[in-house]
Design a protein around this ligand. Structure first.
Ligand SMILES: [Zn+2]
Length: 113
């Protein structure tokens, strides 16, 4: 159900944008989804196709870019990506890390006709 509310939000924001700029057809919507956001791109497109009927964004293709997880290590100062499946610092193995990227969800841009 998480994806459904997120999708309705996307449709609401993009419909407002389209109306503000007198856009009739939205071709695609570019989204950034963090790997830790827990959102499944296929689900978003599925809900989007259903929920966008009758809105200016109906039929738009969702172009989803996954944002990898990045951390900042307070032990050695490392900033950057994690090794896959690990939640410790790849340099010093410390768990004193803060997640700096990968939780975000945002609408990056919209392509219109
Ligand atoms: Zn470290």
């Amino acid at each position: 159900m998480h994806e459904l509310s997120v999708t309705q939000n996307i449709i609401k924001i993009c419909t407002e944008e389209a109306n503000n700029h007198d856009v009739k057809v939205v071709k695609s919507i570019n989204l950034h989804i963090g790997e830790l956001s827990g959102l499944i791109p296929q689900c978003i497109q599925y809900y989007f196709d259903i929920a966008s009927k009758g809105t200016p964004v109906q039929g738009a293709k969702l172009v989803i870019e996954k944002i990898p997880v990045e951390i900042s290590c307070s032990s050695c100062g490392y900033n950057g990506k994690l090794e896959k499946g690990k939640y410790s610092c790849p340099v010093c193995n410390s768990f004193e890390v803060k997640i700096t990227k990968g939780r975000e969800f945002m609408i990056n841009s919209m392509e219109v006709d």
